[in-house]
Ligand binder design. Structure first.
Ligand code: MV4
Length: 448
């Protein structure tokens, strides 16, 4: 087992990883920017190293600075958290060159899944159901017309290097195709320096359901059910829950087994998420994320598993402690992402936390790195906490969430807390009747 791990991240996820390391008897190293001198992850780690100025490209994204911090402190492994360098194959490769273990999948798995065309091709070979679409790149306007005719309108143009919706274009008829194809290409070039475009059938009202998987890198793999991440705004998830109110346990077991088989066959190591769109009782693969996700705690709640502990175990060469037969979900879990944002614009609201009181009691988990007097810096994303509730059923989890939101006090910055109180009062939400567009429609109705 590792003696010392460096956490190449900040905020609540850095604390999340430090907590597990402490419980495993592993020493921790925090890295921080000049804007995070007073951050909680710096205080909670055994050691800390300043890796640069506030700007993340010069600190949390600076590979040379992080490698140096590893060498100075004698760290044997790096946990990347999510965001920043967590899906950067180049970073994983440079760490390996320095004899430092990247806690995550192999460079080649990160690379394959980073290219959405390769990811789909790979998944198709393992019989994972994919959205019907072009087989690979759509090279030019003429190919685009041929592919669209074969797929049928509406179609969606996507960037192979994309994800997060950048460069995506919905095309509903042939006469729009040329303009939108050229726009997609130039946006992809600008954002990713890669203008490779592919095409899919556009699914109009799907849910976004993702399957948590875990592999030991040697062919053993499991799935840990689904998360419903349909409640989102501009591709930012807002609330996630498991089980999904729109999918049956049989459906989850079936797609879950397909996923764990694929992960086993590719000898994937560590935690990963296979993303699907779900419409008319069918799953369609869209992307795979090769990292731990923000919303992993709801899976941990219902399965009683510490995913970070499993990541560290397999990264150190130990066997994973998970087996499909003993993984049984219990109850229902919901996560609310608490952002320092001002509504209705959702504009960032950094500043001083004058008062913070976390809810507590049975079935509550508050993952946050803020404290009384902490100053939320303006340089990073606006997530300041995640409230996770767990109870025996969905209706009990909603009651627990309601009372936890009432207990939660955050003063000094604007937050999304009140938004959750309103969402969970909506009949559609209570009935589990929502898709990826529901929240944006609801928000725009509210402003009128
Ligand atoms: C789609 C889709 C409909 N049809 N693909 C958006 C981000 C990227 N990761 C995948 N996305 C979508 N792909 C097909 N063929 C709709 C979306 C989409 C979406 C997906 C998941 C969660 C929220 C979303 C919001 C808008 C569009």
């Amino acid at each position: 087992m590792f003696k010392k791990i460096l956490i190449a991240n900040r905020g609540e996820i850095a604390l999340r990883v430090i907590r597990t390391c402490k419980e495993m008897g592993i020493k921790t190293v925090a890295v921080y920017s000049q804007a995070d001198v007073d951050a909680m992850h710096v205080r909670m780690a055994d050691e800390s190293v300043c890796i640069g100025p506030a700007e993340s490209t010069k600190s949390y994204l600076s590979i040379p600075s992080i490698i140096s911090a590893c060498e100075i402190t004698g760290s044997e492994a790096v946990h990347p958290g999510y965001g920043f360098l967590s899906e950067n194959a180049n970073f994983a490769e440079i760490l390996a060159d320095h004899g430092i273990k990247f806690i995550g999948p192999s460079v080649s798995h990160i690379n394959t899944m980073g290219d959405k065309i390769n990811a789909k091709a790979q998944m198709e070979t393992f019989n994972v159901p994919c959205v019907p679409g072009s087989n690979g790149e759509v090279k030019n306007v003429s190919d685009a017309h041929i592919a669209a005719k074969q797929i049928g309108f509406p179609v969606l143009l996507k960037a192979a290097a994309g994800g997060g919706g950048i460069g995506m274009k919905i095309v509903s008829s042939d006469d729009q195709l040329e303009t939108l194809f050229l726009q997609a290409k130039s946006e992809a070039k600008k954002s990713f320096n890669d203008d490779t475009i592919y095409m899919e059938k556009y699914l109009e009202k799907p849910r976004h359901i993702e399957i948590q998987i875990f592999g030991d890198g040697k062919g053993k793999a499991v799935h840990l059910g689904e998360r419903d991440c349909s409640l989102q705004r501009r591709h930012q998830k807002v609330l996630e829950e498991t089980p999904s109110p729109g999918v049956t346990p049989d459906e989850v077991n079936k797609i879950g087994e397909i996923c764990s088989d694929a992960v086993s066959k590719m000898k994937y190591e560590g935690a990963g998420t296979i993303e699907f769109l779900y419409e008319n009782r069918e799953f369609f693969f869209i992307e795979m994320n090769t990292r731990l996700q923000v919303e992993h705690p709801i899976t941990e709640a219902v399965f009683g598993v510490d995913l970070v502990k499993e990541q560290i175990r397999v990264a150190s060469g130990m066997d994973m402690a998970l087996s499909q037969e003993t993984l049984k979900p219990q109850g229902h879990a919901i996560e609310c992402r608490i952002n320092a944002e001002r509504l209705p614009s959702f504009s960032p609201s950094p500043g001083n936390i004058k008062e913070f009181h976390s809810p507590g009691g049975i079935g509550i988990r508050m993952d946050s790195a803020i404290y009384n007097g902490f100053k939320v810096p303006p340089f990073y994303d606006s997530l300041i906490g995640k409230l996770i509730v767990h109870a025996d059923s969905r209706s009990l989890a909603l009651r627990r969430l309601s009372r936890a939101l009432d207990e939660l006090i955050i003063d000094g910055v604007h937050t999304t807390v009140d938004l959750f109180k309103e969402i969970i009062d909506e009949e559609d939400f209570k009935n589990g009747e929502y898709n990826i567009h529901w929240l944006e429609h609801w928000l725009s109705d509210k402003v009128q």
